[in-house]
Design a protein around this ligand. Structure first.
Ligand code: ADP
Ligand code: MG
Length: 535
């Protein structure tokens, strides 16, 4: 099978580990870099983000580790601590069957933990340049047994000013070794480094048609600066991304946006340089496990991270240049999956957008903002689709006993409607008298909606809630400003994630319902009469 991993000259143990990871075919960079590294010579490998470079060097590393030898046989140098952890995990997974031992070395973690691991006899180290250099200086790490040294994200490391640390490390490995240089771009400074340290390197280059991932559809919205947050929540509601990374320019903006999103009911993780290492790992794990859907990040914090299955990259702030743009949107559309990149652009940033388009040789599509109706329609569509899939798969069969328990007392249609309501996040209505409320006919409902509720108030339903930043104070203010409704005529206000209930005196209800178009945060909202609360 010359096309699969079997044709690359790997042993059974590593092949088994690859299969456990679920990789079926080597990616193009893997198909070329793996045999080149297994042959033992130096390699310069260039391929864009998301093409599987980690495994392209980790597979030959674990294949070449001599099992009985407990000295450091391979070292991987990476720009950030998150990446060190991630690559170490990949090496561990690939080398597990062979019993390969690996440790990540990075700043911000106490030395003694890393020391203990090093003393235990580690075969592969994965570290950031600074921490690896520190260990060498302290005498706690020796690289004179290293046979393979890989510099991953070499362009990033040089950009971040690590050149001296890297040269220090390169000078510490023996003359008889192989070096792998992995990078998304090969600028002149990397050529210089290769000139000085590599011997007749094999060049492995995966060409790309445009500078950005072809599977990623790219859009932009023009947004007034002050409306960015509202527009973002609109987009989130409309797109309902499974997992999105939202990029901000500064740490402070990451904090502010995270807080604002949390307050609106979105579960959000955040990473930036000032968040402690432990915290960052926790946040990333929550995002990777799907416990939160949104990750807010700065460029630096997200550099090189492998976050699988990101469906959306959202540039809350437009990046400063085309390189940063390409890096950011490289988080989606990985390994041929589909992805979407959405950029919010304030009028002043239009020129920057054009520049990025020119340099990446892509055209981004402008979109009009979704309206509330668009969002409601999209949600309904998604709900119907989910229901159809569930029905076709007979996934509800495990609830047959629940249905059987209700069937003597209710009709199938009633049971289905209640289940649909609850499945869509509806709240269980209050039941105060302990008995089953009388079933309501459609006429009863209409009569109830028309009549003022018990204590002389009319209950209104509003199709916007917490997720759009609605608060009781704001409703009082806007009703008064826009419809001339006195706050004293407003009773209880219940704000939920996506809607709200407001009780008002009949006169005010009339005013509100007659108003041609109420708006909140500049976007239209709709009011109608609701069923009054049960007494
Ligand atoms: P790069 O370093 O080139 O940006 P990564 O090594 O981080 O890319 O890989 C991107 C994603 O692709 C990871 O989630 C990885 O698990 C996955 N991946 C790598 N190789 C394969 C493969 N052969 N088949 C399927 N998925 C793969
Ligand atoms: Mg990588």
């Amino acid at each position: 099978m010359p096309d699969g991993f079997e044709g690359l000259g790997l042993g059974d143990e590593v092949l088994r580990a690859i299969e456990d990871l679920g990789y079926e075919e080597p990616s193009p960079i893997q198909a070329q870099a793996i045999p080149a590294l297994l042959a033992g010579g130096d390699v310069i490998a260039q391929a864009q983000t998301g093409t599987g470079k980690t495994a392209a060097y980790s597979i030959p590393i674990v294949e070449r580790v001599v099992a009985g030898d407990r000295t450091v046989q391979a070292a991987v140098i990476v720009p950030t601590r998150e990446l060190a952890v991630q690559v170490a995990e990949a090496v561990h997974a690939l080398g597990r069957v062979r019993g390969v031992t690996v440790v990540p070395l990075y700043g911000g973690q106490p030395y003694d933990r890393q020391l203990r691991a090093l003393r235990g006899g580690v075969q592969v180290v994965v570290g950031t340049p600074g921490r690896v250099m520190d260990h060498i200086r302290r005498g706690t790490l020796e690289l004179d047994t290293v046979r393979t040294l890989v510099l991953d994200e070499a362009d990033e490391m040089l950009d971040m000013g690590f050149i001296e640390d890297i040269e220090f490390i390169l000078d510490k490995v023996p003359a008889e070794r192989q070096i792998g240089l992995f990078s998304a771009t090969i600028p002149a400074r990397i050529e210089d480094l290769a000139q000085s340290y590599l011997r007749e390197p094999r060049r492995v280059t995966i060409q790309q048609e445009t500078a950005t991932a072809p599977q990623t559809r790219q859009f932009w919205y023009q947004v007034p600066y002050r409306a960015k947050l509202d527009v973002l929540t609109l987009i989130l509601d409309f797109e309902s991304p499974q997992s999105a990374i939202i990029f901000c320019r500064t740490k402070r903006e990451v904090d502010a946006l995270t807080e604002a999103l949390e307050a609106r009911g979105y579960k959000t993780a955040a990473i930036h340089g000032d968040i402690s290492q432990g915290q960052r790992e926790q946040q990333l794990r929550a995002f990777r496990d799907g416990r939160v859907e949104l990750l807010v990040a700065t460029d630096v914090a997200a550099r090189g991270l492998d976050i699988p299955d990101v469906t959306h990259v959202i540039n809350y702030d437009i990046p400063d240049d085309a390189d940063a743009y390409v890096h950011r949107i490289g988080r989606t559309g990985r390994m041929g999956k589909k992805g979407e990149a959405v950029t919010l652009i304030t009028p002043r940033e239009m020129r920057l957008l054009r520049l990025i388009e020119q340099q990446t040789r892509t055209k981004m599509k402008p979109l009009r903002l979704p309206t509330v109706e668009d969002i409601v329609a999209r949600r309904r569509e998604a709900y119907l689709e989910a229901l159809r899939t569930t029905i076709d798969a007979r996934a509800g069969n495990t609830y047959a006993d629940v249905f059987a328990a209700l069937a003597p007392d209710y009709e199938a249609r009633e049971i289905a409607l209640a289940a649909l309501y609850l499945a869509d996040g509806g709240e269980v209505p209050a039941r105060t008298d302990g008995t089953r409320p009388e079933a309501e006919s459609d006429d009863d409902v209409r009569a109830a909606e028309a009549a003022p509720s018990e204590h002389g108030m009319v209950r209104l339903f509003l199709d916007a809630g917490r997720k759009r930043g609605v608060s009781p104070q704001e409703l009082l203010r806007e009703f008064s400003d826009q419809a001339g409704v006195a706050p004293t005529t407003v009773g209880s206000i219940d704000v939920y994630d996506r809607f709200a209930f407001v009780e008002v005196k009949p006169g005010s209800a009339k005013k509100l319902l007659a108003h041609p178009q109420l708006t909140l945060h500049g976007l239209p909202v709709n009011l109608k009469k609701a069923t009054p609360k049960r007494p």
